[in-house]
Design a protein around this ligand. Structure first.
Ligand code: NAD
Length: 473
């Protein structure tokens, strides 16, 4: 049993003032594997005070010193990539191949921010005025359990690049990842108070961050319901707020798509991160006349997808993070059948031989109508819906008929046509034919998938305020 009892405040690893103990699980075995001592509101206040003290000097620090700082942080996190990979598999259930990517992602986001900073000018001329991009103040950064380490590092990277100091509230369910990140950052020679990490409950520590007058900016990744509460709480003090929320992303298969690759690409987009991904392509839109062929290929392909032990390199789908999440996914699989969709692959229950772990059978429904609950609500598990369409216009209409707008996918053999369709989709990002993540490009949602953008120049500017100095010239 691992016992975690540290938080990071004012440049030191300290024991929290809070005393509540929270169980940590191995989702592959549904077993308690550790406990974390949670921070409380007093800890959150201390962290904010430390970040506030550090802000005046840090906000005036040179670009070069911040680039060097981000690179030191990246080097220290890189030195812990193996530990982080193991924690991601053990504590979150990420399949080992995916966990390795996620651990490196935590390093890459720090390097990427250093690169953005290298090419960024904090001042520019607008007519006769000098515009100075000015750091906002103390940032409150709140992360979810899926890829917690990557979100901590990514949000910190953008905030620090801009010259803000920060208090991070990581997910309480991911304390092992957070401990490794804290130890790495503690070794990175960060000026005291610039980074503070306070693991506690959302409704306690998160609530302090989203309402405290000394927090100028909140950047949140998580569910739409909590995001809405943060927006309301922040209104009182007019906080700048970035929200990265849920999705119900369409994967539009055009009628010229090569099904030899499109089926796998659509399934990969849908089952990414065991389906526990905000960007998962969970609605697969297929031309009506190709539906039977597509469904037959999907059935064969899903039969070959291994859902089980995340340490096995052959595993593509790991367990759900918690009992609650497992039950939620089961409920949607039941609901899909009750609503009249055809169960093409998977179904309720656990895959064979997976014991008590929170494993789900990779599930695909056919004959789904876009107004069924399984096509409208974010399930956050490996459950996909195939929806048919008649014409390209019809496909675009169905793709956009959702409250969300985070990501979309287009599959076609004609790149120009795919780009034309992409331009009509209401989504913050559209990936054509399995294109990989691009860290220089903005990431974030249209509609109820969020507010603002992360990554690249846009991500850093979310922590800056333009100040125009009018000069008689
Ligand atoms: P969640 O909203 O339950 O929790 C996210 C974080 O908010 C956690 O740290 C939690 O402790 C904290 N929190 C909870 N209540 C709070 C409150 N009242 N005030 C302040 N903070 C509070 O989300 P989750 O279950 O951890 O993550 C899954 C959700 O995250 C999904 O909906 C998914 O789509 C979304 N997500 C979005 C993105 C994106 O980039 N758009 C990425 C990953 C996950």
């Amino acid at each position: 049993m691992q016992r975690i009892n540290q938080i990071f405040i004012d440049g030191a690893l300290v024991t929290p003032h809070g005393t509540e103990l929270f169980d940590l699980y191995n989702p592959a075995k549904a077993e308690v594997i550790g406990q974390v001592q949670l921070a409380d509101a007093t800890d959150a206040e201390r962290a904010i005070a430390a970040a506030k003290r550090a802000f005046p000097a840090f906000s005036r620090s040179s670009k070069e010193s911040r680039i060097a700082l981000l690179r030191r942080m990246a080097a220290q996190v890189r030195a812990r990539v193996e530990d982080l990979t193991e924690a991601l598999v053990t504590e979150y259930g990420a399949p080992v191949s995916r966990a390795g990517w996620m651990a490196h992602h935590a390093v890459n986001v720090l390097e990427d921010a250093a690169n953005v900073l290298e090419n960024y000018s904090f001042t520019y001329r607008a007519g006769t005025a000098d515009v100075i991009m000015t750091p906002l103040g103390v940032a409150g950064l709140i992360t979810p359990w899926n890829s917690n380490a990557g979100f901590i590092c990514g949000k910190l990277a953008a905030a620090l690049a801009a010259g803000c100091t920060a208090v991070v509230k990581p997910s309480e369910m991911s304390a092992m990842q957070t401990q490794i990140v804290m130890e790495a950052l503690n070794a990175a020679d960060i000026p005291p108070g610039v980074v503070n990490i306070v693991t506690g409950r959302g409704e306690v520590v998160g609530a302090v961050l989203s309402s405290h007058p000394d927090i100028a900016k909140v950047s949140f990744t998580g569910s739409s319901a909590v995001g809405k509460g943060i927006l309301k709480a922040g209104a009182e003090t007019f906080k700048r707020i970035t929200l990265e929320l849920g999705g119900k992303s369409p994967a539009v298969v055009l009628d010229d798509a090569d099904l030899n690759v499109a089926v796998d690409q659509a399934l990969q987009a849908g089952f990414t991160n065991s389906g526990q991904a905000c960007i998962a392509g969970t609605r697969i839109l297929v031309p009506e006349h190709m539906a039977a062929n597509f469904a037959a290929r999907v059935k064969t392909a899903v039969a070959g997808i291994q859902s089980g032990d995340p340490h096995d390199p052959q595993t593509q789908i790991g367990p759900m993070v918690s009992q609650k999440q497992w039950e939620r996914v089961q409920r949607y699989i039941r609901l899909g059948q009750e609503e009249g969709a055809t169960l093409l692959a998977g179904g309720e229950g656990r895959p064979d031989g997976t014991g008590n772990g929170w494993f789900v059978r990779p599930t695909v429904f056919a004959d789904v109508h876009n107004d069924m609950t399984i096509a409208r609500e974010e399930i956050f598990g490996p459950v996909l819906s195939i929806i048919t369409y008649q014409t390209e216009e019809d496909a675009i209409r169905i793709a956009n008929d959702t409250l969300y707008g985070l990501q979309a996918y287009v599959l076609s053999s004609d790149l120009a046509r795919a780009q034309r369709v992409a331009s009509q989709l209401e989504a913050g990002r559209v990936a054509i034919n399995g294109a990989p993540h691009e860290p220089a490009a903005p990431f974030g949602g249209f509609k109820q998938s969020g507010i603002g953008r992360e990554y690249g120049k846009n991500g850093m500017e979310a922590f800056l305020e333009p100040k125009a100095v009018l000069v008689p010239r």
